[in-house]
Design a protein around this ligand. Sequence first.
Ligand SMILES: [Zn+2]
Ligand SMILES: [Zn+2]
Length: 282
Amino acid sequence: MMPDRWLEAHAYFRPLADLSAQVERAVAAIDVPDARIPDWEEYCADFLAGVPLLSSADAAIDLEPCGQMARALLERLASGPSWGSLAAEARALETELRREPQFSRRIADFLLGDETLTLPFPGLLRYVAWTATARFLRPVVNAFDGWRDETRWLRRYCPTCGSLPAMAQLAGVDPGRKRLLSCGRCSTRWQFKRTGCPFCDTDSQRLASVTVESGLRIDHCDSCGGYLKTYDGQGNETLLLSDWSSLHLDLIAYDRGLKRLAASLYDFQPGGTSGVEARYTN
Ligand SMILES: [Zn+2]
Ligand SMILES: [Zn+2]
């Protein structure tokens, strides 16, 4: 499915599609330092103990280059054609970042959960910094996919960065059909049990599901009221697992009183002429 065809049917996503395209172009234009591939044998004990790759001292992945990349991205976005208030917000954030001593180290810590970095537009910083990080980590994530025995993880959080999933995907055909969880931050996909809720770890009840449109559905849990947007197919991962392209599912879930427990870089509000207004989180 081409994004253009998708957008014809979902015109209210045009602003987010434009934002996403603009950020992708900016990422393609900045320098990407080489990421060192960890020694998997060194990391293995932590992996078996459930320690995500980025939290493992033995894997020793340094995210400081992501801070430099995030700043380069902000500079580009600040001077580029503006998507809504994007250029102005990027400029304000970049100006503040200049005043921050050791900003790249601070951003690396921020990515791993340090809350002490107080800057304007933290949602934009999170969005830009994780976009840079996903690009930086791409060779590591690919190598990790190749090394990892999926059946030894099966945890509800991302094996690379520790985030809760943004979405799920059902891939393959029965009897070997698998459910993968998809990380909205670092873009890792990992295997999880077919039934069961990744937010409360309940396995006794199957998730109930609502099909919204061909290929996309909402699986929800009676125990915790959480839900997971699920792409029921293969081949259109880039678009349909991007999280922003299914914010209308979040709106439907919201209308049903379900709770968004997924980790997302995007936010939405009911309202506006299109029924949904969406942007990166505040
Ligand atoms: Zn992740
Ligand atoms: Zn649950």
